[in-house]
Design a protein around this ligand. Structure first.
Ligand code: C2O
Ligand code: CU
Length: 519
């Protein structure tokens, strides 16, 4: 009892075993770099200005202690919410997990969120994938100090899809995205709309949400983030790879299911790990959606690749199954480039590219056959039109000796924007990422959804057939030596946005830049 208490007070995230370095979350240490002191500041609402909001909620970022593994609870940082106004199902808490509440919004709603920072350091909340005004986007330039409240308001402009929210703090000492997200500051955000509802896809018990994250624990279940010395250099190069995988904040479990179709919506909320989703019996993986919602039509893949921050909507039909049958969703073995592949993380119990289970489905009852998967899915959103006159903006991803990676030779430099990082509101552009490194980089652009135009030059490897490029995306995996083109249109909002690698350790080490949309 007293032991648990002291763990609770200390709030420890430990460095890797063997290095002897402890990263404590105690306020004394963490307040370095912050103003310190607790202020109750209610800033004006940023973003949308409206008297009437359809949805209003409080979102707290706070320390907590939750059971993750058997035994002692683990110290975490997490989000909690209170619904002040709006439909009852807007907020679904995940009480036994460090994951933030699942927030369900509808297209067209206006939303007001009071973000309370109850952490001992600066934080922000980024609505990953949503088309929102620059000031609402949770960027590092607008930190919420400890004890402060920031209120943001926006209209839900995106069509239905699975989005997420997470910390995006980056201070003078470097990025805190990896640390804060790892400590638990992340949650799902679902947008619903009429079009999707009309398709009658599996819902309720037949819709499974799956957040994949990897973590390392020390002896008393303390979360361990980054090693010291050599270990930390390796973590910074590759990104942090945990030695076990958690699904929805807990070790993977068996879900009792019925015969019939299931919709499985998966977020890769890991700092750096890539997953190769497959079924244990080798059946194809029908993909029905990606980051920005449903695809035009379902696509059968032998496996589907999910890079950090990406989402996939997949489907499984268990109508042919019998009670007692089991099926596992796994991450299959792969090799991702020279250094990103297996073998480089010698001491890790679960190296990148190893095979492990994510969820086990156990058929426990038979039900009447139900609706088959519709042949057509997303119909409303037309792809972005590009032609030979469309401007191509090139970005080279390259290594920086001992300091991580750069984009066009530049690293994060606050809100400084170079001339070739200024775009015009209303323009359509192709951004071309050329990966001149031996590691895969999941490139993310804030504030919009893009289409993948094409890829060239990547070596044929064990992930290629699972890269889902159709549909709408906010994060695209650029494989070693590969060149990937994405098309986007800068609509509605001008101002500063960010683009970066979503390997959080790469991002925190400076593989991130602001760009400016000029009105
Ligand atoms: Cu999910 Cu800039 O981040
Ligand atoms: Cu990267």
């Amino acid at each position: 009892m007293s032991r648990e208490k002291s763990v609770h007070r200390r709030t420890v995230l430990r460095a890797a075993a063997g290095t002897g370095v402890l990263l404590t979350l105690s306020p004394g240490l963490l307040l370095t770099g912050c103003d310190g002191g607790v202020k109750a500041v209610e800033s004006e609402t940023l973003g949308l200005d409206s008297d009437e909001y359809d949805v209003e909620l409080n979102l707290h970022a706070m320390p907590d202690s939750v059971p993750i593994l058997p035994g002692a609870p683990s110290e975490v940082w997490r989000y909690r919410a209170e619904l002040l106004k709006g439909p009852q199902n807007t907020v679904t808490e995940n009480p036994d997990s460090y994951l933030g509440p699942t927030i369900r919004l509808r297209h067209g709603q206006t939303v007001k969120i009071h973000i309370h920072n109850e952490l001992p350091e600066d934080t922000t909340v980024h609505w990953h994938g949503l088309h929102v005004p620059s000031d609402v986007d949770g960027q590092p330039r607008l930190p919420i100090r400890p004890g402060e409240t920031m209120t943001v308001g926006f209209e839900v402009l995106d069509r239905a899809g699975l989005f997420w929210y997470h910390s995006h703090a980056h201070g003078k000492q470097g990025g805190r995205v990896g640390f804060q997200s790892y400590a638990g500051l992340a949650g799902l955000l679902i947008v619903e709309d009429e079009e999707e509802a009309g398709l009658k896809l599996p819902s309720g018990d037949n819709e499974l949400l799956l957040v994949l994250q990897d973590r390392t624990f020390a002896g008393n279940n303390e979360l361990v983030y980054m090693g010291g010395g050599m270990g930390s250099m390796m973590d910074r190069m590759h990104g942090f790879i945990g030695d076990r995988v958690l699904a929805n904040g807990a070790p993977p479990t068996t879900r009792k299911v019925a015969t019939g179709p299931y919709r499985i919506r998966v977020l890769n909320g890991s700092n750096a790990r890539i997953y190769k989703l497959a079924w244990s019996d080798g059946r194809p993986v029908p993909v029905i959606g990606a980051d920005g919602g449903l695809l035009q039509e379902p696509e059968d893949r032998p496996y589907a690749v999910l890079a950090p921050a990406q989402r996939l909507d997949i489907w499984v039909d268990l109508s042919e199954s019998q009670p007692g049958d089991t099926l596992e969703l796994i991450s299959d073995r792969f090799q991702a480039g020279m250094m990103g592949g297996m073998g480089m993380m010698g001491s890790n119990a679960l190296p990148l590219g190893s095979r492990f289970p994510l969820a086990r489905l156990e058929v426990s009852k038979s039900v009447e056959a139900s609706e088959p998967l519709p042949a057509q899915l997303g119909v409303q959103r037309q792809k972005i039109l590009v032609n030979s006159n469309t401007r191509i903006r090139r970005f080279e991803l390259s290594p920086v000796m001992m300091r991580g990676f750069a984009i066009n030779g530049r690293r994060f430099d606050g809100t400084n924007v170079a001339d070739d990082e200024k775009v015009r509101l209303g323009d359509t552009e192709i951004w071309e990422f050329h990966n001149n490194t031996p590691m895969p980089h999941p490139m993310h652009i804030h504030g919009l959804q893009f289409n993948v135009v094409g890829r060239r030059g990547g070596s044929s490897d064990s992930l290629q057939q699972g890269l889902v490029d159709s549909g709408w995306h906010d994060t695209v995996l650029v494989m070693p030596r590969e060149t990937v083109q994405v098309a986007m249109k800068f609509e509605r909002f001008d101002g500063l946005y960010i683009y970066h690698c979503h390997n959080m350790e790469h991002e925190d080490a400076g593989m991130m830049r602001y760009f400016q949309v000029r009105g």
